[in-house]
Design a protein around this ligand. Structure first.
Ligand SMILES: [Zn+2]
Length: 295
């Protein structure tokens, strides 16, 4: 994540120049002094509205993260421990920007502990780590359920739903599932990454950032065509991915992302081509990060 993207800063710069240029031109052509008077007024309306978010982000980024957060990440996130100094700095920036921009709420008015918020932010930060220009695809934030599961009627501690990525609304996650994924990388299960992958997949299907994986036929397929053919290929030839990945192409992608971040060596050894696609997509190789930290 960035305090301000290059595209946004270019647009802001462009319109900040366009407003006075148009004002002066109108004045020159019409002789209306009002055109000149409108320039500061329009800038006074435009600039605060577009600079609010980057200024807030800059303020948040400038504040040091609490020592207790750093201790918690060091103790609980193998991914964080595997990063070098620069990587840790960027990871921490992603965490504070994510927490400042994205609502995390618990059902029933419960408090979400800072540890739970930090585990969620750390999961998001690991997925975005290789792509500083990306933003988390979570416009409605995250809702935390207590315990380890909920059912189809969203009854707590019933059923076996660990997390969910609804078409509309926040990402849902049962709190206890945050722990196996983030804290014990290698377990092969990471509900947060799985559900995030669904949101990301959906964003790409809608046009997203235009990242297109290169197909085996050597041409750029659309996002959905590519993952449909990967899913079919794995159904045909077998796969080390858990059975759930066979359900459909969306689950295949979500499970593949989980294994990519949790068991990168295993995925690489069994399916090097799929690994390469995910490595290109996320612009990172989790083997290098987790490999720095084998204890
Ligand atoms: Zn799923």
């Amino acid at each position: 994540m960035q305090i301000i993207s290059k595209i946004d800063s270019t647009f802001i710069g462009f319109y900040s120049l366009l407003i006075p240029v148009v004002g002066v031109l109108v004045f020159v052509m019409s002789g209306q002094a009002l055109a000149l008077l409108l320039i500061p007024l329009l800038l006074a309306i435009y600039l605060p509205s577009v600079l609010r978010k980057p200024l807030r982000r800059r303020r948040v980024a400038a504040a040091p993260i609490p020592a207790s957060w750093r201790d918690f990440l060091t103790a609980r996130s193998r991914y964080y421990r595997g990063l070098g100094d620069e990587g840790k700095k960027r990871f921490e920036l992603d965490i504070v920007l994510f927490l400042s921009d994205n609502p995390i709420a618990a059902i029933g008015g419960r408090e979400v502990s800072w540890q739970t918020r930090l585990l969620i932010a750390a999961g998001v930060a690991s997925m975005l780590h290789g792509r500083p220009g990306w933003e988390p695809p979570l416009p409605d934030g995250i809702t935390v359920y207590p315990g380890s599961s909920f059912d189809g009627n969203y009854q707590v501690e019933k059923g076996n739903i660990a997390g969910q990525a609804p078409e509309r609304g926040p990402l849902l996650i049962a709190e206890e599932n945050l722990h196996p994924g983030i804290a014990e990388a290698g377990a092969g299960r990471n509900v947060l990454i799985h559900e995030l992958a669904h949101f990301f997949d959906r964003e790409q299907r809608r046009g997203g950032s235009g990242i297109l994986p290169r197909s085996r036929r050597g041409r750029n397929d659309s996002w959905s065509d590519f993952w449909t053919s990967e899913w079919r290929r794995h159904l045909e030839h077998g796969s080390i991915l858990p059975d759930y990945a066979a359900l459909n192409e969306a689950e295949f992608f979500a499970v593949a992302c989980e294994i990519f971040f949790e068991q990168p060596w295993r995925l690489h050894d069994a399916h090097p081509e799929l690994y390469q696609v995910l490595q290109n997509l996320f612009q990172q190789d989790p083997r290098q990060i987790l490999g720095n930290n084998l204890d």
